[in-house]
Design a protein around this ligand. Structure first.
Ligand code: HEM
Length: 520
């Protein structure tokens, strides 16, 4: 950027900050937060990467003094709310399940909006898609469609596809165990493309997966806090097209439009020819759904948001499970014994086996709790207050960005076990009434709760139970298992090595046989 442009930006930034500062009410009591500096406040204490760990530390720091000691609620609220402000922006972190439920579940009209993303939302056009939409009519229309297609009953029609893909996945692991990272990535991408658009395995790979992954990368970067100065100073969106962020926005817009339009048009063409296989898009286009103004537009953008939101999260959870199994052979053995006993040793699991496998269910819950795939909901797509609010004496101004810290919730002590340890047994203790099923918060809390959670649960069950049933997983030989996680919006294990071997020769041939039966 030229020097003049920088100067213009600096002046606009200052004017904006002063203007917003006028709205700052010195008498209001805001939730506690780190010490602040003039104008920039303490906003620089928010780091976009792995912020959940820092936010959880603030829970301990502000748990000791929260500025409201004369209120009786102060003690139990201590550190559960942490407030940051600066340059006219406010950010509130919710560090406990209780506070997150109080605000997001019971004050839905205030806490279900999204902040405006000038570049990703407006300039790149992602604002048409469900995760970035405000809590408005179009969001309601897209949620209605998602609920129709992804509700607990509707997802049952995809069980066959999920079971077929789990069989193909185990065959890939059998043939190339060291490449398990890419097998999990490919399987979760295939799953979502096959379910949303009915794309076959080959079609998905050849024409869509690479483009979808590239686009998700662009979106991930564009929605990081502070990615573009234009997000802080929206008036800059009127700058000419040669300015670097405008060029980036143009590329992003084309990629996003193509991601949404191409597979959607493909399904329509197949429907006209009478050859469209079962898919969420086909289901929605052929259903009578009342009360939606522009149904095609809403279907196109609602379905396209599912790929981005659904693929990486499932990938992250399955990889975390593989890592944990290499670390905890006793838990793996317990799960295998349960599977052998409940379904026998001759076949791969089915989704209908789920109710007979309580230990496997507890193990999956513990994987989701031990390292939530989305530790913060989310630095990229947080909530935003639609009007001023007062909670337990604290003022929460309109326009505050609200981030539920799921990592802090995961680390809350609810039983006799240390929250940092991996103990599936904690979910089998029927006498513990403080125990909360992680499925009630890992998928988000309140109106914005993940619409893909029923599909996600059956995908996780079939992929994880298949791998537990058919393979042994051991740490690498003569090496320490690397336990590190990526620090972006979706957090997954950094590359690690482990040894995955079939449990027996007969299981290996079962896998090959079952994969050959797959019809997708
Ligand atoms: C392990 C798997 C998954 C996890 C942990 C997960 C978690 C989440 C979380 C934490 C949110 C944010 C909620 C909020 O803003 O408060 C979310 C939103 C969303 N998820 Fe998922 N998700 C998973 C799988 C899926 C799948 C499979 C799909 C699609 C089929 C999906 C589609 C979405 C969409 C569209 C949103 C945005 C909802 C909105 O803004 O109204 N997710 N998910």
């Amino acid at each position: 950027m030229s020097l003049q442009l920088w100067a213009v930006c600096a002046v606009i930034l200052l004017v904006l900050a002063l203007y917003r500062l006028r709205r700052w009410r010195p008498t209001a009591i805001y939730p506690p937060g780190p010490p602040s500096k003039p104008v920039i406040g303490n906003i620089l204490d928010v780091s976009p990467k792995a912020a959940w760990i820092k936010f959880t530390k603030y829970k301990d720091i502000y748990g000791e003094f929260n500025g409201l000691l004369w209120l009786s609620v102060a003690d139990y609220l201590a550190g559960d709310l942490v407030f940051f402000h600066g340059l006219g922006n406010n950010l509130l972190v919710l560090n406990s399940l209780k506070v997150a439920q109080d605000l997001l579940e019971t004050r839905t009209d205030i806490y279900s909006d999204r902040p405006t993303f000038t570049v990703a939302g407006e300039l790149m056009g992602l604002g048409k898609s469900m995760p970035l939409l405000n809590y408005n009519q179009e969001w309601r229309a897209q949620r209605k469609l998602a609920h129709h297609a992804l509700g607990p009953r509707a997802v049952k029609q995809y069980y066959v596809v999920q079971e077929d893909l789990a069989a193909l996945f185990s065959k890939q692991i059998l043939e190339d165990p060291e490449g398990f990272f890419s097998h999990v990535r490919l399987t979760t991408a295939r799953l979502i493309l096959s379910i949303t658009y009915g794309l076959s395995v080959e079609q998905a790979e050849d024409e869509y997966i690479t483009h979808a992954e590239d686009t998700m990368h662009v979106i991930g970067n564009a929605t990081l806090p502070g990615a573009f100065i234009c997000d802080l100073i929206p008036i800059l969106k009127h700058l000419p097209s040669w300015v670097p962020f405008q060029k980036e926005a143009k590329v992003g817009r084309e990629m996003i439009e193509r991601l949404a339009a191409r597979p959607f048009e493909h399904v329509k063409t197949e429907m006209r020819a009478g050859t469209a296989p079962v898919s969420l898009t086909r289901d929605l286009l052929s259903s009578e759904i009342q009360g939606i103004k522009d149904k095609e537009h809403s279907i196109k953008w609602s379905v396209s948001s599912l790929y981005g939101a659904g693929g990486e999260t499932t990938y992250a959870t399955v990889l975390t499970c593989i890592m944990l199994m290499a670390m905890h052979p006793d838990k793996l053995k317990k799960a295998q014994d349960e599977i052998d006993h409940a379904i026998g040793i001759d076949r791969l699991p089915l989704i209908s086996d789920r109710e007979n496998l309580p230990y496997v269910e507890a193990l999956i819950k513990e994987v989701m709790r031990w390292h939530p795939a989305v530790p913060l909901t989310r630095p990229g797509v947080p909530h935003c207050t639609a009007k001023d609010d007062i909670y337990e004496g604290y003022t929460i101004p309109k326009g505050t960005i609200v981030i539920p810290n799921l990592w802090a919730i995961a680390m809350e002590r609810t039983d006799q076990y240390d929250p940092s340890t991996f103990v599936p047994e904690r979910f089998l203790d029927k006498n513990n009434d403080r125990l909360v099923d992680p499925a009630s918060w890992v998928f988000g809390i309140g109106r914005r709760v993940c619409p893909g959670r029923y599909l996600a649960k059956s995908s996780l069950f079939i992929l994880i139970s298949t791998i537990l049933a058919m393979f042994d997983i051991l740490p690498p030989e003569n090496e320490i298992l690397r336990v590190e996680f990526s620090k972006g919006i979706v957090s997954y294990p950094e590359p690690f090595k482990c040894r995955i071997t079939p449990r027996s020769a007969s299981k290996a041939s079962r896998i090959t046989w079952r994969a050959a039966q797959s019809t997708i």
